[in-house]
Design a protein around this ligand. Sequence first.
Ligand SMILES: Nc1ncnc2c1ncn2[C@@H]1O[C@H](COP(=O)(O)OP(=O)(O)O)[C@@H](O)[C@H]1O
Ligand SMILES: [Mg+2]
Length: 428
Amino acid sequence: MPVPPPRAGRLLLLVPTQSYRAEDFLAAARRLEVPVLVGTDRCHRIEDAFGPTEGLLSIDYRRPEAAAQEIAREAAREPISGVVPVDDGTAVIAALAAERLGLPRNPPAAARRTANKLAQRQALAAAGLPVPWFRAFPLAPGPEAAALEVPYPCVLKPLGLSGSRGVIRADGPGAFRIAWRRIEAILAAARSDRKAREGGEGSRLLVESFVPGAEVALEGLLRAGQLELLALFDKPDPLDGPYFEETLYVTPSRHPAAVRDEIIRIVAAAAQALGLREGPVHAEARLGPDGPVVLEVAARTIGGLCARALRFGAGASLEEIVVAHAVGLPVDSIRRESRASGVMMLPIPRRGVLHGVSGLEGARSVPGVEDVVVTAPECREVVPLPEGDAYLGFLFARGETPDAVESSLREAHRRLAFDIRAPLPTVR
Ligand SMILES: Nc1ncnc2c1ncn2[C@@H]1O[C@H](COP(=O)(O)OP(=O)(O)O)[C@@H](O)[C@H]1O
Ligand SMILES: [Mg+2]
C-alpha cells in the first residue's frame, strides 16, 4: 500500500499589528491544507479580520523572549511545525520561538542583526562585502558636529524602521540638519506608537554615503543556508531621493546576465554574513559605479501586496512556497513563470484626506493590467514618506516582456486620479 503523504502540522503565522499580508498567507495555508494559528498583538475581537483559522494566539510583540516562551507553551499544548513571520519585527520572535521548538530556523542573533540597519552594515563590512561609507550618530548632541563629518551626498536613516520610513537624502550640511530633525520627530512618534517597533534603537541614526545607480530587489529562499533565487526585480523609476517612495517592480530583470549573477552572489554572501539560514529573504541592491552594493537584506518576503506579482511552478504563490518550507512540506517548484510580471506601488503624493479614487475602470482596461487594488481607506488621512508608512494601493500587470509590463503599469497609473484634500480644521 502506498504510504500517505505526511499531513503537515500547524503553522504559526506572526501577523504584525498593521498588515494586509496576512490574507495571502492564510490563503496559501488553506491551499496547502496546513492548519494555521494566527499570532497577533491585537485583541481577540479582530478574529473577523482574519477569517476562519484554527485559532488566535495573543502575543506581546514588544517582548520577544516572553513572546517565544508563550509560543513554546502553546506548542506544548498542541504541536507547532513551523513559524512564519510577516515582517522584520516578528522575524526575531519567529527565530526565538523556532529555536525553542527545535525547528529549522534563522539563529535569533542573525534575525536581530538583520533587523538593525547598523548591525547589518557592520556584519556586511566585516565580511568584506562592498558597503557604502556608514556611521551611527547619537541623536542627543544634535546634528551640528555630524553635519561636518559626513560625506555628501549622504542618506540618513533610523536603525529600526522599514518601508523607507525616515530615510532621507541630504546633499549638504543644511539639508542634513533638517533631515536629522525630521527623523528625530519620526522616531519620537514611533516610540509613542506601538505599531512601529523601532527595536529600542530610537536614540541613534545611521548615515551612509549615497550610492548612485539603478536599484534591484531580490526575492530568495534560504534552505540550509543556501540561497535560491525566486525572483529578481528591476526598479526602473530612479530612486534618487530626497525620499525613497517605491513605485515600479518588474521581473525578470533586464540587466545583463553577468550583472544579475553578481547581484545573486553578493546577496547570498550578505545572507551568509548575517548568519541567516532558513526561510525567505527580500534584498535590495544598487548597481553602483564600482559594481553592485547590497543596500539591505530582510528575513521576510517582499512587503505590501507586491508578492502577488509572483507565481511559481504550476501557479503557486510566494506565500505557498514560504509556508510549505516552514512546515516541512515538499516545495514543488521555485521556478517563476516564464511571463514577465510587475507591480506598481502607488505612493501618497501629498498629505490630506483621501476623498476618492477615479479612473479605476480605465486603469483595469489597459492591456496587460491584471488587477488594481486600492488599499488606503477613503475619508482617512494619508501621509506621504518620509513620515508615512503606507501606500495608496497596487497595480499588477503581466506581459510577454518586462518593457511591455512597465508600459502597462505606467499607462494604468496615468489613468488613475486620487482626490486628496486638505483636512478640515478641527472645530473646538
Ligand atoms: N546608501 C544609500 N544609497 C542610495 N540609496 C539608498 C541608500 N540607503 C537607502 N537608500 C534608498 O532608500 C531606500 C530605503 O532604504 P533602506 O535602507 O532599504 O530602508 P528600509 O528598511 O526603510 O527599506 C532604499 O531602497 C534605497 O532606494
Ligand atoms: Mg529597504
